[in-house]
Ligand binder design. Structure first.
Ligand SMILES: Nc1nc2c(ncn2[C@@H]2O[C@H](COP(=O)(O)O[C@H]3[C@@H](O)[C@H](n4cnc5c(=O)[nH]c(N)nc54)O[C@@H]3COP(=O)(O)O)[C@@H](O)[C@H]2O)c(=O)[nH]1
Length: 610
């Protein structure tokens, strides 16, 4: 066996490029790692293989760079060949070896999740290669079926075991269960205590799983913190329930990691044969769906597959595909809802609210797609688009009208948020003082220190920061102390109840007092009636937002309304003679084709004329 050091130092200095040095440094940190060099037919090193998929992929890149004798940077952007995850290792027959070897020489990338395949491929390469590499074959062969960290069967062997167990089940006529297990807080352990302790945790988790099952069952590590069990010889599902519960209990017990007591827990999804199918892929897919539900139910639980999950997942997948396409196809648009100053009696700002005009579904509410966009990471490009489009629009409004934009916690995780805001302001020419960014306390709940730094950076630009949905979270008050917010927006649930719930009124009064004592503007959201407006005015509320003033409206209607307002000499009154609440037939703002927005906007204009 060779070390990476040997491999790298055998290369001409010009070839010891940045990537080589990176690999070298990483290897120095984990010197026990199995390293096998891969050479081409003429004994030239073309890469290395290591048990970690990251290195394997880097090795393929490295080999590609060496082969082509070009700098790595020139190759990073080229199109990689992604090997199909379902390719069977048996496909690597003698005849296909040279073909596969040439693939590596051209440079292919093994996806991170399919390590076994990478190992299998390299095995094939090694077999095809010279005597030097044959020494690595035995170790690599074991890696093709076992996870080196836990010594459990890997995904390939697991699938093979499940296939065999299903065939036995069919002969005997008994039942079988597949348990998909995902550790709940493993990533936190890895991130906070480091990878060596993360590895120790995985080894201990594997040991606990081994102790949970009976002889004849198969426990496997599928990758990362995912494990699976094939439970055989069942007469009914009670046995599967007992095993799933046993696994949850075993994983809930604290792990002792070099003196650190760590509690993580696990979620389990279960599918069963013959009820959920007789096919390996189908059973795995259904156990995975059940696991998704178990995680959604708050983790540390198990769930059996139910048909409804399949339908929900299909619907979610369809929405996800549509959502990814929608941004490219320009199906998103922005509506704006005025914020009205009760003292000045004029519109002092507008909140940008995202709308999705779907070609078949019609208007889709942001409440229905923003959580999904957050989950799949699409909120970052979508949020960028919102910021840029809204700033460009607001730059055309009168100078005293601010723009409010909602930010998701996921946009803070991206770390490029401040740069995006700077760029949106610069491109649009909107002064920073006219931009208000609305965040909820969840931004401060997650990764508090980093998010707080970003908030301070944004404030330093001159941008205003509002605390949205105030009163609905866990500890809003403590968050108010932790950051100098410019505005507090009282959640609409309190405004809705202001007239008939003394608690809601008391909370609103308290928040208004708090805002006044802190010198922070307070805005009441969701004002729908004159009576609510009067009650808020009576409590000294400065600014309101809600259907009573205007529903969210398309940009051109808002521009017209602001233009009309700007032309007025006298301040408008927001006490329409009728004082009617919006019609219940009016429909959701922007969610129907006959928008009531113009009507409500007209009402503000009518107020202006009054
Ligand atoms: N991260 C982002 N989140 C966004 C963006 N655009 C919207 N959102 C969030 O989606 C949620 C639902 O928004 P929407 O359906 O637009 O609802 C807003 C208003 O229409 C509604 N509203 C306003 N006045 C009234 C009223 O009088 N009655 C009533 N029943 N509803 C009213 O309230 C929503 C505004 O909420 P808020 O943001 O808390 O001010 C919502 O959580 C949006 O934040 C986006 O671009 N990015």
């Amino acid at each position: 066996m060779f070390t990476l050091r040997d491999t790298v130092s055998s290369l001409a200095p010009a070839r010891q490029d940045d990537l080589g040095r990176t690999l070298y440094e990483r290897f120095r940190e984990e010197p026990d790692t199995l390293i096998v060099p891969v050479v081409d037919g003429e004994d030239r090193p073309i890469g290395i293989v290591e048990r970690n998929a990251f290195f394997l992929r880097m090795a393929a890149e490295y080999g590609r760079a060496l082969y082509a004798n070009r700098p790595i940077s020139a190759l990073m952007d080229s199109e990689p060949l992604i090997v199909d995850a379902d390719t069977e290792l048996s496909e690597f027959t003698t005849d296909s070896l040279s073909y596969r070897a040439s693939d590596l020489l051209r440079g292919f990338i093994v996806t991170e999740r399919e390590r076994y395949l990478g190992v299998g491929t390299v095995l094939a390469l090694l077999q095809a290669s010279n005597e030097t590499n044959r020494r690595g074959v035995a170790q690599i062969a074991r890696l093709a079926h076992y996870d080196p960290l836990t010594d459990l069967p890997n995904r390939v062997l697991f699938q093979k075991s499940l296939t065999e167990a299903l065939a036995r089940r069919a002969r005997k006529g008994d039942q079988l269960a597949v348990h998909f297990i995902d550790l709940d807080r493993f990533k936190t352990v890895n991130d906070t205590l480091g990878h060596p302790l993360g590895d120790a945790l995985l080894r201990e988790a594997a040991e606990r799983l081994r102790r949970c099952v009976r002889e004849g069952d198969t426990v496997a590590r599928l990758g990362g913190d995912e494990f699976a069990v094939v439970q055989t010889g069942l007469t009914d599902m009670a046995g599967a329930t007992r095993l799933a519960a046993r696994i949850v209990t075993a994983m809930a017990a604290p792990f002792d990691l070099a003196g650190h007591q760590v509690v993580i827990g696990a979620s389990v999804g279960v599918s069963a044969a013959p009820y959920d199918g007789e096919d390996v892929d189908e059973l795995l897919k259904k156990a995975d769906m059940a696991l998704y539900r178990a995680k959604g139910d708050g983790r540390g639980a198990f769930h059996f597959f139910e048909q409804a999950m399949d339908e929900q997942l299909q619907a979610r997948r369809a929405l996800e595909l549509d959502l990814r396409r929608a941004l490219q196809d320009g199906e998103f648009e922005l509506f704006y809802q005025p914020l009205y100053h009760l003292g000045d009696e004029r519109v002092t700002g507008c909140e940008a609210l995202l709308r999705w005009r779907h070609p078949e579904r019609g208007m889709v509410s942001p409440a229905d797609f923003i959580p999904l966009a957050e989950e799949i990471g699409l909120i970052v490009p979508l949020g960028d688009w919102v910021l840029r489009a809204a700033c460009a629009e607001a730059a055309r409004w009168p100078d005293h009208v601010r723009l409010a934009v909602n930010l998701s916690p996921a946009q803070f995780r991206d770390r490029s948020l401040v740069a995006t805001v700077v760029s949106a302001l610069a491109t649009s020419g909107l002064p920073a003082q006219r931009l208000e960014l609305e965040i909820t306390e969840s931004v401060l709940l997650q990764d508090n220190a980093a998010n707080m730094t970003m908030l301070h950076d944004l404030k330093a630009l001159g941008v205003r920061i509002s605390m949205d949905d105030f009163g609905t979270g866990y500890s809003s008050l403590s968050y108010l102390r932790s950051f100098p917010f410019d505005k507090i927006k009282i959640d609409q649930t309190f405004v809705r109840d202001i007239l008939h719930d003394s608690d809601a009124l008391a909370i609103i009064k308290a928040v208004l007092d708090l805002g006044a004592s802190m010198g922070v503007t307070t805005t009441a959201e969701g004002v729908e009636t004159q009576a609510q407006l009067d009650a808020l005015r009576g409590q000294g509320c400065a600014e309101i937002q809600g259907y009573f003033i205007s529903r969210p409206a398309p940009a051109d209607e808002i521009a017209k309304m602001l233009g009309a307002e700007g032309e007025r000499q006298s301040a408008p009154s927001v006490s329409p003679q009728s004082g009617d609440p919006p019609s219940p037939q009016a429909g959701e703002d922007g969610m129907s084709s006959s928008s009531p927005v113009a009507e409500r906007t007209g009402e503000v204009s009518r107020g202006a004329a009054a």
